[in-house]
Each structure stands twice: as structure tokens, then as C-alpha cells.
Design a protein around this ligand. Structure first.
Ligand SMILES: Cc1cc2nc3c(=O)[nH]c(=O)nc-3n(C[C@H](O)[C@H](O)[C@H](O)COP(=O)(O)OP(=O)(O)OC[C@H]3O[C@@H](n4cnc5c(N)ncnc54)[C@H](O)[C@@H]3O)c2cc1C
Length: 222
């Protein structure tokens, strides 16, 4: 089922984001966590794609395994980093064949050792191009895109930011999921700016839970 359709059902909605495990042991512990969290009935779960495409194969494997072994609705993150159109087409074909119906389409962060994102040969420069490609070649796929309530570091100003976000929605994105934010006001302000720009798709707030006492004291220290 598409995420946009799930979001039309009765709220509240929440999802969990999983990072692909790199070893047998972390894989076991991930599946233990999934077993514990599944009874909470998340609306969906998503699987990230390591920065610079570093977990590409692990992401694909985990997504297909989750689809086969659980009843969860899966969203696979997919980035433009380090892959040309043919490779991206192969990944989407595999997902399609395995029943994956939702993609989080991202430009991605730079590959390790690179300061800036570099457009791959025969690849995409921006997430909007990836969205358009998916919608053209895999029209049955639901597509989510990233939003940045506190602004994206590469965007010159807030007006351009919403313009670029709107380009992703105009290319066919069905919903927006945001980067984490520290002030709720930033999220509400972001939603209002989207509304003014005519962006009508659902916007999901990205929330990072406090994962350790050290993290908590780090954030609060003066
Ligand atoms: C919910 C969420 C999940 C994420 N998951 C992952 C993940 O799994 N793996 C990963 O590597 N990264 C992930 N990211 C991070 C994301 O890939 C980076 O922040 C990346 O730098 C921006 O991605 P984007 O899809 O927003 O790119 P884009 O929308 O392409 O934007 C990238 C930059 O280019 C600018 N821009 C866009 N279009 C144009 C244009 N036509 N002309 C000039 N400038 C333009 C934008 O304003 C922005 O500054 C995630 C982010 C979020 C919010």
C-alpha cells in the first residue's frame, strides 16, 4: 500500500527508520528489535541508504528480506549517489518484482572523502530528477521526499528551499518526510511555508529519539 494512502487512514501515524546491519550479529539484533517493535503496529518502516551509497547492497538485501519475512509496509531509501540511471533502474526493477511499493527518493550525502555531492555519470543531480524517473518508469511506486524545517546547508535561502521542494512534489512525490528539528516552531513554520507555496501533500515530522543519556547531556550543555 502507498504511504500516501496509509496516511489518509485514521491518525495518529508513526513509523520506524532502520539502518541496514553490517554484521551477522547486528543483523540478529535488528531482527530482535523489529520483533519487539512490530506489535506497536507502525504505519510503515523505512530502511536507510548509508551516506555516499555505502550500504547500497545491505539496504537492498534488508528491504527484500523484510518484505518477504514480515507483514510490515516497507519504504526503501534510494539516493542518487554513485549510481547511474541503469543501476537505479535495476534496483527499482528488483524492488518492483519483490513487491516493494514505496521509495524515499533522495539526492543523498556526498560519498566518503568528497566534500560535495558529485553527479554520477549518466545519473541524477537532484532528488527531483530521481522522483521524475521513478514516476515515469515505475508509476505504481509511491514516492516520498525529504524536507528540511531548519533549512538544508546547501540551499542559499528559505525561498529557494521551498522552490526546490515544490519541484520534487511537482515531479510526482506523494509525501514529504522531514529531517529532525529541535524546535517545533521550525516544523510548523515549514508546514505553513509549504502551504503558501501550494504544496498539498502530507508532511511527516522526522523525530530522533534520545538514544543515550550522553546525547541528552550533550545537547543541553551550555
Ligand atoms: C527523512 C530523511 C531521510 C534521509 N535518508 C537518507 C539516506 O537514507 N541516505 C542518505 O545518504 N541521505 C539521507 N538523507 C539526507 C539527504 O540525502 C541529504 O540531506 C541530501 O544532502 C539532500 O537530499 P535531498 O533529497 O533533499 O536533495 P535535493 O532535494 O536534491 O536537494 C539537495 C540540495 O540541492 C538544492 N537543489 C535542489 N534542486 C535544485 C536545483 N534545481 N538547482 C539548484 N539547487 C537545487 C536543494 O535546495 C538542496 O540544498 C535523508 C534526509 C531526510 C530528511
Amino acid at each position: 500500500m502507498h504511504i500516501a494512502d496509509i496516511l489518509k487512514q485514521q491518525a495518529p501515524h508513526f513509523s520506524f527508520e532502520y539502518f541496514p546491519p553490517k554484521t551477522e550479529e547486528t543483523s540478529r539484533s535488528l531482527f530482535e528489535s523489529i520483533k519487539e517493535l512490530t506489535p506497536l503496529k507502525p504505519s510503515y518502516v523505512s530502511v536507510t541508504y548509508g551516506a555516499g551509497g555505502s550500504t547500497r547492497q545491505l539496504t537492498h538485501d534488508l528491504v527484500v528480506r523484510l518484505q518477504k519475512e514480515t507483514q510490515l509496509t516497507i519504504v526503501s531509501h534510494l539516493t542518487c549517489v554513485g549510481a547511474g540511471k541503469d543501476e537505479i533502474n535495476d534496483v527499482l526493477t528488483k524492488y518492483n518484482e519483490n513487491g516493494i511499493q514505496n521509495i524515499m527518493a533522495l539526492r543523498g550525502d556526498p560519498a566518503k572523502g568528497q566534500a560535495q555531492f558529485v553527479q554520477p555519470e549518466n545519473g541524477f543531480g537532484y532528488a527531483a530528477e530521481l522522483v521524475a524517473f521513478i514516476k515515469k518508469h515505475f508509476p505504481n511506486m509511491g514516492v516520498g521526499v525529504a524536507g528540511f524545517p531548519e533549512g538544508h546547508p546547501n540551499t542559499p535561502n528559505r525561498l529557494k528551499e521551498i522552490e526546490h521542494l515544490k519541484a520534487k512534489v511537482d515531479a510526482g512525490a506523494d509525501y514529504i518526510c522531514t529531517q529532525l528539528f529541535f524546535e517545533n516552531r521550525d516544523f510548523y513554520d515549514f508546514c505553513e511555508r509549504c502551504e503558501i507555496a501550494g504544496i498539498k501533500v502530507p508532511i511527516i515530522a522526522g523525530i530522533m529519539p534520545v538514544t543515550s543519556q550522553y546525547y541528552n547531556s550533550y545537547v543541553c550543555s551550555p
